[in-house]
Design a protein around this ligand. Structure first.
Ligand SMILES: [Zn+2]
Length: 313
């Protein structure tokens, strides 16, 4: 392969999960390896619900919450769904218009819930449809045990302010509408709270649905996969400093140890599964694995090195 050659999307997808970086822990001496994924939306491994893209986004959100709220305990999420009225949907099939939509929703929530983390996700389609149906799913993070308590239920007056704010922001952008739908709910239990974060970070449409859209609504498929939409951030965090009242001294999070890169080796998932029983292997970070019993045996290492021979110049 010539130097500087850039792999096509298809070539990258065909290598997905087939190579790993072999690393060595500087303090523990343990072997780690990082399975290399392509992170393409059209990859069946990376693009599905619970796939690599979904895991990565969810992990990032959890890390950001832990760093600004101290822990994941005692938190709740307010959920909003801002739906773009059907009469102007077609006008939003445009990168800049979608950026503006997400920006306006953030501005609105920054005013309504100051000093809170806000995550929003643009979902271009509904769960079981191939029609363009842009809506913004939002999670506002709240600590429950603050002094004076927190009021999760919102009255009609408060919800009307938020809905009218959304309608006004669309009108300011020149959309001729007089109403919009804003749904509100909240999650109090930890399991529901975590589920809401998983839901908001999900790939939408996921691989399966994307394949259906490809045949049922090719125009939308081409828009989502177009150069225009390349690198579009579907999940975003509002840039705001979280109020100190929300922070509690929590458990220290486990830091990954410093690692030294050794080499890139072919990776075979089924061989890995055969060699190490489930309780012995451990995913320390999405895509980063180690083996609890202390790492590879010398024989395994030799085998991995032999496998990588073919790639050496
Ligand atoms: Zn992939």
């Amino acid at each position: 392969m010539p130097k500087g050659y850039k792999k096509t999307r298809e070539e990258k997808r065909s290598c997905c999960g087939r190579f790993a970086n072999l690393m060595n822990g500087l303090s523990s001496g343990r072997d780690y390896f990082n399975v290399l994924y392509c992170h393409d939306t059209l990859c069946p491994i990376c693009g599905k619900k619970g796939g690599q893209n979904h895991k990565k986004r969810k992990r990032k959100i959890l890390d950001q919450i832990i760093s600004e709220y101290g822990s994941l305990d005692g938190l709740a999420s307010r959920r909003f769904v801002f739906t773009v009225p059907s009469e102007v949907r077609e006008l939003l099939q445009d990168r800049e218009a979608l950026n503006v939509l997400l920006h306006d929703v953030h501005e609105l929530l920054k005013k309504e819930f100051p000093g809170r983390q806000v995550y929003s996700a643009l979902h271009p389609v509904g769960d079981k449809s191939s029609d363009f149906h842009p809506h913004v799913d939002v999670c506002v993070i709240e600590r429950l045990n603050v002094q004076g308590g927190v009021r999760m239920r919102l009255g009609h007056d408060r919800l009307d302010i938020i809905k009218n704010g959304f309608v006004a922001s669309l009108q300011r952008r020149g959309y001729e509408i007089d109403n919009a739908v804003v749904w509100y709910g909240f999650n109090l239990k930890k399991a529901q709270f975590l589920h809401s974060l998983k839901y908001v970070s999900r790939p939408c449409p996921d691989y399966e649905q994307r394949k259906i859209i490809e045949t049922e609504n090719p125009a939308l498929f081409h828009f989502l996969e177009s150069d225009e939409m390349r690198g579009f951030k579907f999940v975003r965090k509002l840039r705001v400093k979280v109020d100190q009242s929300q922070y509690i001294e929590g458990k220290k999070t486990v830091k990954l140890e410093k690692m030294k890169f050794i080499e890139r080796v072919p990776f075979n998932w089924s061989k890995f599964t055969d060699q190490y029983r489930l309780h012995e292997r451990c995913e320390v970070f999405p895509g980063f694995w180690t083996v609890r019993n202390g790492g590879f045996t010398d024989d395994d290492k030799i085998e991995l090195q032999l496998n990588s021979e073919g790639r050496k110049k």
